[in-house]
Design a protein around this ligand. Sequence first.
Ligand code: UT7
Length: 325
Amino acid sequence: MTTRAIIRGSGSALPQRCVTNAEMAQMVDTTDEWIIERTGIRQRYIAGEGETTSTLATEAARRALAAAGIEASKVDLIVLATATPDQTFPATATIVQHNLGCNGGIAFDVAAVCSGFLYALATADSMIRTGMAKCALVIGAETFSKILDWDDRTTCVLFGDGAGAIVLEAQDVDENDPKAPGVIASRLHADGAHNELLYVDGGVSTTGTIGKVRMKGREVFRHAVTNLANVLREVLETSGHDAAEIDWVVPHQANFRILDATARKLDLPAEKVVVTVDRHANTSAASVPLAFDVAVRDGRIKKGDLVMFEAMGGGFTWGASLARI
Ligand code: UT7
């Protein structure tokens, strides 16, 4: 027997305001056609007054706990992935912990931008496996709209706000059973050589400002497909599972063309790829748990399914994780 982190439930939250491509075209020199053709995005949600990274994260966490049928008081670990925290410090995870009323356990943020949820998931999984925690909330939450340059059409049309969360619980399983539930294997990577391709041009210890997102999209695109295909193969090899066994891929939702090209590289049929980029746009660390929650709630992802999560983002950072639901 071995201890694994089992995914007990998921939840998500979006801001109230939905902004269509047509509305974006009134703000910058773009068109609905260009955005759909190049990215697959049709709309995004943008946080309004009173909606922050912690409020969205708290709502997503509450829904995940309700879906899992687990009381907040049982949560002894919160790992929250974000690049847009409420405050420089303390960690947004501690604000969520207090909102949920489960003070006293471990709570911290991870900063890996769009791969943040994969970094958070692998961290929480490791802490559960080693006995540091028994019940974890893994959250990806962003208000990326706050760091967008709304005059830069090459970036502002791509991103949105939102939050997604899952509940992980420790359970002893038979490690020789290929159908045993839980997180099976994860792989994470970073390559700091590409800072200038995707970054925010401000920060606490440099400019003293929050800064805005800057991206050389075409170059990021090229790296994304190669890195993602490689890390997916790595996780499959580590886990001993074959690509053909995967029931669902839940990718980071940056661009439909990236997730399509990555799936093709592994011969994964398009019907097995969960796509929400059309309705949420790129919500950075929130995109994977948001997409997962959509596919669980609409009945596509079911108990027993083998699910691959993957993401790539600023840093560069990238990673993948395979789990049996
Ligand atoms: O989540 C973190 C990881 N991020 C990503 O994975 C993003 C990766 N990159 C991408 O998704 C794509 O590269 C973009 C969607 C950002 C851009 O698509 P692209 O096909 O690579 O376009 P491009 O950057 O090569 O630009 C093509 C043209 C340019 O015009 P010229 O130079 O050919 O005259 C751009 O100026 O499209 C122009 N353009 C736009 N036109 C209308 C750029 N943004 C827009 C826009 N509307 N919003």
